[in-house]
Design a protein around this ligand. Structure first.
Ligand SMILES: CC(C)(COP(=O)(O)OP(=O)(O)OC[C@H]1O[C@@H](n2cnc3c(N)ncnc32)[C@H](O)[C@@H]1OP(=O)(O)O)[C@@H](O)C(=O)NCCC(=O)NCCS
Length: 155
């Protein structure tokens, strides 16, 4: 997560796995990202030049879940510049391409209700947010991928 330079607020909003506390740990985690990216679940780092600015993933498929869950974080100094939207759209297109090949037509996420930026971003891209059935204070987000799929595979 230091790859995208989290502060305490970002870390409390985004903790899908252990966060990176030091440069050494970050390098290790980035290697893990590269390793995990070769599995069923895609993990992406977005760069501007050589600077890693955005992190995003789809996960769940490798554990056997039918619907992938999306996660995203943008380097703090780079937030509010459209990168979160760009990475989220990349993840949606990736999930839609998988749906074209037979994967689920739904993409999911969970987000804290207080995380206004993320909530606005997800809603603007068409996610339907409802109170999470098991996690208080969080929304469960569901996106119908059909409009993002190729016409020939929509059904
Ligand atoms: C949530 C996050 C990924 C958004 O990325 P970003 O690059 O800052 O967002 P963008 O610049 O692409 O903006 C996308 C949308 O977010 C919303 N948004 C952005 N900044 C906002 C702000 N200050 N207040 C409210 N909404 C805001 C808007 O809807 C915006 O769309 P618009 O530009 O058409 O108005 C980023 O803030 C982040 O990394 N936060 C910490 C980690 C996190 O919370 N991840 C999500 C966990 S579910």
């Amino acid at each position: 997560m230091s790859a995208v330079n989290a502060n305490a607020e970002d870390s409390s909003n985004f903790h899908p796995h252990g966060l990176f506390e030091s440069t050494a740990e970050m390098e290790l985690k980035l290697r893990n990202v590269a390793v995990e990216a070769s599995g069923a679940d895609p993990y992406f780092l977005g760069y501007i030049g050589r600077e890693p600015v955005a992190y995003g993933f789809l996960r769940g498929w490798s554990e056997g879940y039918p619907d992938a869950f999306l996660g995203i974080a943008v380097r703090r100094e780079r937030q509010g510049q459209g990168l979160g939207r760009e990475m989220t759209m990349h993840l949606i297109r990736t999930a839609a391409a998988a749906a074209d090949k037979g994967a689920s037509h739904q993409l999911k996420l969970s987000v804290y209700m207080t995380n206004t930026r993320a909530v606005n971003l997800y809603r603007s891209l068409g996610f339907r947010l409802t109170a999470h059935p098991r996690r208080g204070g969080e929304f469960l987000g569901v996106l119908d991928l059909t409009p993002w799929m190729s016409k020939s595979s929509r059904s």
